[in-house]
Design a protein around this ligand. Structure first.
Ligand code: HSE
Length: 318
């Protein structure tokens, strides 16, 4: 009996939150709040993309403009296949809200195509390929979301050149309160939210951010959610991006007032997240207080309670 390669592979990839305060382009955390489903299939020619789900209409299906298309192009080039690839994406993660929507699609597509085309890439290589896909929305490749979407739980990009990622388990009682404001998403939001950032930092800012990032990691490794929260503070990126988020200060205050250990902008925003010790505090109460702060600014917002989760999974093949 021959081991016939599959014609079709389906993968589920989770939402992620990146940065967590001081870890810009470095920290990522996979969350079981939403996921994308990506189905890849061999066809006769060309790369084609079909998108379904509530958030489908805002995403380009042109393979050159779409994160999955960029990833697929890598695979067709690498394998030299004369076949085409159809990618069907069911968007469960709202694009542009700061929860790794494009990262999940890129990660899921890379895993699916690795299996479909038997390319045998390592997870590190898949992260690197998926990070290139992020260029479609962010303008530059960044690996924090895709690393967490592929490996699951907490990830640290130790280095980009060469790519090196550390994967850590998360404390049992760690939950994340999430408040998603309904703000209009500018086109290429992540690219825009990166273009306003400073390129240089002062020594005092470096000291502050290293101190906080180290504290956050101490909290993850010691299972100390209080330390994780204390570490979630950044003096370089967040103060700039906070100006794009109406109610940012009030959301922070409400999260901390209701018992969150720490608060941060999720990725490039505008969603905000808070770390919660679920053995002591009700996560949904925190999330609702954050959403209320948005609403008091006249911005509708949704509140969620979520947990860290594993990475993208193959759901089936055929
Ligand atoms: N680290 C990236 C940024 C994440 O903050 O721009 C974007 O999802």
């Amino acid at each position: 009996m021959t081991d016939k390669p599959p014609n079709r592979v389906k993968v589920k990839a989770p939402a992620t939150t990146a940065n967590l305060g001081p870890g810009f382009d470095v920290f990522g955390l996979a969350l079981n709040i939403f996921h994308d489903t990506i189905e890849t299939q061999l066809t006769n020619k060309n790369i084609t993309i079909k998108i379904s789900g509530e958030h489908a209409n805002t995403i380009p299906t042109d393979p050159q403009q779409n994160t999955a298309g960029i990833v697929a192009k890598h695979f067709t080039k690498k394998t030299g296949t004369d076949k085409g690839i159809e990618i069907k994406i069911k968007k469960g993660i709202k694009p542009g809200c700061g929860l790794g929507s494009s990262g999940a699609t890129a990660a899921g597509t890379a895993i699916a195509l690795n299996h479909l085309l038997k390319t045998n890439y390592t997870k590190m290589e898949l992260i690197s390929i998926a990070a290139q896909g992020e260029k479609a929305s962010a303008g530059t490749a960044h690996a924090d979301n895709v690393a967490a979407a592929i490996l699951g739980n907490f990830t640290i990009i130790r280095s980009y050149k060469p790519l090196d990622v550390i994967n850590l388990p998360t404390p049992k009682n760690l939950e994340i309160a999430v408040a998603i404001p309904e703000l209009p998403t500018p086109p290429k939001k992540t690219k825009m939210a990166r273009s306003i950032l400073p390129n240089t930092v002062k020594r005092s800012q470096m000291v502050y951010n290293i101190g906080h990032a180290s504290t956050l990691i101490a909290g993850i490794t010691l299972s100390n959610i209080n330390l994780i929260g204390k570490g979630m503070s950044d003096c370089v990126i967040e103060p700039v991006r906070a100006q794009l988020i109406p109610g940012y200060e009030k959301v922070r205050k409400n999260a901390l007032k209701t018992g969150a250990a720490g608060v941060a902008i999720s990725g490039a925003g505008p969603t905000m997240i808070a770390a919660v010790d679920a053995s002591k505090v009700d996560t949904l109460t925190v999330a609702k207080a954050m959403a209320e702060a948005f609403e008091r600014e006249g911005v509708k917002a949704k509140a969620y309670r979520t947990q860290p989760c594993g990475g993208a999974k193959i759901l089936g093949e055929g």
